[in-house]
Design a protein around this ligand. Sequence first.
Ligand SMILES: C[S@@+](CC[C@H](N)C(=O)[O-])C[C@H]1O[C@@H](n2cnc3c(N)ncnc32)[C@H](O)[C@@H]1O
Length: 317
Amino acid sequence: MTMKPMPTDHDHLLPLCRLTMGEMWRDEKSGHVVGCGDCTDPEFVSRLMHRQPPATLALQDPPYNLVVFERRSLSEYIAWSERWIENCERYLADNASLYVWLGADQDEHYQPLPQFMEMMSRRRFQSRSFITMRNQRGYGTQKNWMAVRQELLYYTKGEPYFQPQYTEIPKTLKGYYKKIAGEKVENLERSRSPFLRAGNVWVDIQQVFYRMEENVPICYAQKPLKAIERIIQASSRAGDVVLDLFSHAGTTLLACERMGRVSVTCDIDPVFAEVTIRRLERYRETGKPGWQRKHPFESDLLGIQPTVARELATSEN
Ligand SMILES: C[S@@+](CC[C@H](N)C(=O)[O-])C[C@H]1O[C@@H](n2cnc3c(N)ncnc32)[C@H](O)[C@@H]1O
């Protein structure tokens, strides 16, 4: 039997969410916090971070000012970005890392990437790496290069912890020598790992799509768990607080749970704050990192809508 897609009407889901604007959910088991609110609001973020030690890692994935979200003028977008950056900076440890995912609109002079970088150059962060992650599926016509990139900016404050990460791509390049203590040593003998070290171009991470277990239907901008885990592993230690102001599918929270970090996160949309909490709960109950094709609110929707339930049960194709 093939299920019909669940109705995903946003307003439909609101009564099923446990948080309304301004509210927080605190996890008793691992100390994670999920808030529902606007991360540009200093008062809300101060409540979100209440009694937390400063974060050693902030991982931010804001809306990119492209088509998916409501688009602002460029200057408004940058002013808006500066507000959440300020709120993030306030709760970072003296030695901390900040990663920001951002888009660049190729039809509009790559906005907002250069303007965002310029705004960051006026703040107290050090720029460290401009990472590109390659998506498998791109967009665009045959008249241009297919757009497959995801930009990730890495900044630091002070001198934070950093642990190099390795891909699962084996090193194969032989015959590359370097003299060490007067002796010619071959590339592979010198290396710390038989695998390639992750550099600033990531080609080894699968973009999330509906056949993957980690897929969260209704979340249109979900990042791969592998990418988030790579960042967390590289730039934080066990027990550290990781701040993510744009939770969405709750990928950072789930990665923190799996890696023994404490996640403090929020989303302005109660539906995504709820999805974040549910994703953690589902992981704890089943070990599954997402819903694949199932709707995160499926059981509730079946419960409150007998007609939909009947339709689902009888639909076959
Ligand atoms: C690009 S998505 C984040 C994706 C996330 N990294 C993941 O893997 O699922 C951006 C999210 O930011 C949320 N958002 C937009 N404006 C916000 C604001 N002012 N405060 C908090 N969250 C906001 C949106 O509702 C959306 O869920």
